[in-house]
Design a protein around this ligand. Structure first.
Ligand code: NAI
Length: 337
């Protein structure tokens, strides 16, 4: 059976790194029928729309997409692409694993996954200024929205993921001691969902500030973490830093019936077109995609080949201390399959 999937090469280094990921998938035996679509600046050039209807229609049909980084055009009238995709497909779970691959960094034993709520919290977009006297911007307020339904589905996603991957623990990360209502509800729901998984996976609770410190002091103590939008955004960049930076970090955006996989980094305009970008993050996103598509053996083979090639450091790109081109590194990974 072939898997229909949408491929969005993206802007800047996007086409170079997604090409490497597509070659790796192909060599690993993933049978994917790609539907190539435009988004970002490439789509603005072609259709004057950074996220054209035909790209959305393709994802609606395939329900699975691999996406290169996109440049959101500056200026009025253009929608933020990532927000548009998240809203359109209700991609409520942002899943960002951080695993030590390279040796010789400050940490060599990190292996955790942050599950970030992607649609609510302080990023709900409900904000306003308050006028006092002559000052129209005398105050500003942003509303953190937590719904029971939203909290339930993200906690359930995290616990299901932990069970599926044989993980030992889920950490509920919150600030319910201060934000008694929004964070309080998130924690209350998390505790209830945790009970459903009692005996299958352990659970602990951490207040976000203490959690940030613990992640730096003893990251090996963490496994799966689940948290609200803002905290997840910040903590997942922190955990990327623990394992060598954004260039090695993939991210999945998952909804009830659609998922989009990507690298966490941007379009790297400073090195675009030079063939020197590191495709590891988007290759690891392709591994997440294969796990999601029910092909864990293909994902595991690709991951092992990537990790071994990186650890050997013979044919790696210059951002991780090598001299290999994007294509030469991809070839080295493929040769190890
Ligand atoms: P960036 O992540 O593109 O680049 C930051 C630095 O990291 C640069 O020095 C770049 O050369 C380096 N870098 C990034 N990925 C690399 C890779 N795979 N291999 C080697 N080096 C790599 O962040 P920046 O410069 O802030 O953003 C550039 C553009 O990307 C902006 O237009 C931004 O909107 C967009 N962007 C898109 C994202 C997405 O589509 N998911 C996410 C983040 C930014």
């Amino acid at each position: 059976m072939t898997l229909p999937a949408t491929l969005i090469p993206g802007d800047g280094i996007g086409p170079e790194i997604t090409d490497a990921a597509v070659r790796l998938l192909d060599a690993a035996g993933a049978r994917i029928e790609w539907d190539r679509q435009l988004a970002g600046m490439a789509a603005v050039a072609a259709h004057n729309d950074p996220i054209p209807e035909q790209t959305l229609a393709s994802i609606r049909r395939t329900r699975i997409a691999l996406k290169g980084p996109l440049e959101t055009p500056v200026g009025k009238g253009f929608r933020s692409i990532n927000v548009a995709l998240r809203r359109e497909f209700d991609l409520y779970a942002n899943v960002r694993p951080a695993k030590s691959i390279l040796r010789g960094l400050r940490y060599d034993n990190v292996d955790l996954i942050i599950v970030r709520e992607n649609t609510e919290g302080l990023y709900s977009g409900i904000e306003n200024y308050v006028r006092i006297g002559e000052d129209e911007h005398a105050a500003a307020q942003s509303m953190a929205v937590v719904t029971r339904v939203g909290a339930e589905r993200i906690h359930r996603y995290a616990f299901d993921l932990a069970v599926r991957l044989g993980r030992r623990k889920v950490t509920l990360v919150h600030k319910a001691n201060i934000l008694k209502f929004s964070q309080g509800l998130f924690l209350e729901v998390g505790r209830a969902i945790a009970e459903e998984y009692a005996g299958k996976v352990a659970v602990e609770e951490r207040i976000v500030d203490a959690c940030a410190m613990d992640l730096v002091v003893r990251p090996e103590a963490f496994d799966v973490l689940v948290t609200t939008n803002l905290f997840g955004d910040i903590l997942s960049d922190l955990t990327s830093g623990l394992v060598g930076g954004l260039g090695l970090t993939p991210g999945a955006n998952v909804g009830r019936n659609t998922a989009i996989f990507e690298a966490v980094h941007g379009t790297a305009p400073d090195i675009a077109g030079q063939g020197v970008a590191n495709p590891t993050a988007v290759m690891l996103a392709a591994c997440q995609m294969m796990d999601h598509a029910g092909e864990p053996e293909v994902a595991a083979r690709m991951r092992t080949a990537i990790e071994e090639t990186l650890r050997e450091r013979k044919a790696v790109t210059r951002d991780v201390g090598g001299t290999a081109t994007t294509a030469a590194y991809a070839n080295a990974v493929i040769a190890r399959l």
